[in-house]
Structures are given as C-alpha cells and as structure tokens.
Design a protein around this ligand. Structure first.
Ligand code: GAR
Length: 194
C-alpha cells in the first residue's frame, strides 16, 4: 500500500509542527508545510527539517475559492491524503472541505466549544475559568467547530500568568496532537484494508 502523506498548515511559530515532525513513530509522512504568512518562523523550522514548504499570500487571490483551488492543485501534486492544521489562523472554505472531506483536523488551546477563535488562552484567563485544556477536532466550515476527536483538560492555578498557562497548554498539545494523528491514521489504514 502507498505511504500515507500529510500536509501541515500553519501560520505562526510552528511549535506543534515541530512536535509532529519529531515523532518518529507516525504511520504517515509529513510531506509538506503550507504557510499563509510569508516570513512566519514555522517556515524556517520546516526548511531546517527538510520538509517541503509552500508559502502563499491569500491576499494575492481574488477569492477564497481561487486561493483554495491553488492549494488543492499543489496538495494533489504532492499526493497529500490528510491535512493537519497547527495554528493555521484562517477558516477553511468549501473547496478544501469538499476535496478533503473528513481528512482535515485542527488543534485548539481550549476545551471547545468554550473559547473558540483567537487567543483562547487569554479568553480563559479573562473569564477567570478554573479549567481549560486542548481540543483536537475534525474541521468543518465553522470557527473551531466540528466533531471532537480528543480533549485533555488542566486546572488553571489561582493568579496563574499567561506565560505559565501557555507553557502548560503547549506541553499538552505537543504530546496529544502527534498521538491523535498516529491513532487516526492507523485507524484509517485498517478501514481501507477492511
Ligand atoms: C496552538 O496553540 C494552537 O492550538 C493554536 O495556535 C497555536 C499555534 O502555535 N490554534 C488555534 O488557536 C486555532 N484556532 P504553534 O504555531 O507554536 O504550533
């Protein structure tokens, strides 16, 4: 059977991207990084690791569908089977969703449906939540919506700083995301084999 190939989509620092590519026991190859922020630090991480990078500026396209059609062309050229969003700060549109139905997943730093969207960690602190966490979910057309695959919760300490909470959330993300990817791909291979 052909190797399963995945692309990571990211916009920022790429600590989740790094955690994924460092996992040596994934049953898939991380073949491509797609970045929508030219100059984002994740690009250097990918180059350093020898992962192919395609950097796009969505503003250069007339519409979201035109931008995503271009992405789909490239994803197909790289024979990509799965897409993992890792800090990709842009809604996925119908062009990608139809092409990769059920094969796009996202990570978000809260216990969804709580605190979707930007700065979930800041939202949790501002709302004086006592518990937050990490969610991994299938992507649909909404903002951090879609069926949940896995969640892990942590208590927020009284008067905890943003830095401390961010570090503890990232530690969970960097373990949980590669593990969920591993289980999902293993499961999908079993389904293909029947
Ligand atoms: C991660 O915390 C991820 O969960 C979050 O962006 C961060 C990216 O960090 N994603 C979202 O908020 C999605 N709505 P990274 O670039 O260091 O991996």
């Amino acid at each position: 059977m052909k190797n399963v190939r995945a692309a990571v989509f990211a916009s920022g620092s790429g600590t989740n991207f790094q955690a994924i590519i460092e996992r040596t026991d994934l049953p898939c190859e991380i073949s491509l990084l797609i970045c929508d922020k030219p100059g984002a630090p994740v690009i250097e991480k990918a180059k350093h690791a020898g992962v192919s990078v395609l950097s796009f500026n969505p503003k250069h396209y007339r519409s979201k569908s035109e931008y995503e059609e271009r992405l789909v062309d490239q994803l197909q050229a790289y024979e990509i089977d799965w897409i993992f969003l890792a800090g990709y700060m842009r809604l996925i549109g119908s062009t990608l969703l139809h092409t990769y139905e059920g094969r796009i997943i996202n990570i978000h730093p809260s216990l969804l449906p709580k605190f979707p969207g930007l700065d979930a960690i800041g939202q949790a602190l501002e709302n004086k939540a006592s518990v937050t966490g990490v969610t991994i979910h299938y992507v649909d057309e909404g903002m951090d919506t879609g069926p949940v695959i896995a969640q892990e919760s942590i208590s927020i300490y009284p008067n905890e700083s943003r830095d401390s909470l961010t570090e503890r959330i990232q530690n969970i993300e960097h373990e949980l995301y590669p593990e969920v990817i591993k289980q999902l791909i293993k499961e999908s291979k079993r389904e293909v084999r029947g």
